[in-house]
Design a protein around this ligand. Structure first.
Ligand SMILES: [Zn+2]
Ligand SMILES: [Zn+2]
Length: 69
């Protein structure tokens, strides 16, 4: 997760200030457009990820939460 605070606008809706970068495509996302996902690697290790909706559903980017087409 990459938190940003440089006043960029959200790349998805363009309406709100972005607060974080998508872990897939790197686009700035506002709090309305970010989607959290948790990747667990067994042995109790969980890695929180933030994605835009496109990356969230992309199996290539998000193998844990994406949909196979
Ligand atoms: Zn947005
Ligand atoms: Zn993305």
């Amino acid at each position: 997760m990459i938190v940003i605070d440089d006043g960029k606008m959200c790349d998805i809706c363009g309406m709100q200030t972005a607060i974080i970068l998508c872990d897939g495509c790197g686009k700035p996302l506002c709090k309305e457009c970010r989607h959290f996902d948790l990747w667990s690697y067994g042995c109790g290790h969980i890695d929180p990820k933030v994605f835009c909706l496109t990356c969230l559903n992309d199996i290539e980017i998000n193998p844990w939460g994406g949909k196979r087409l």
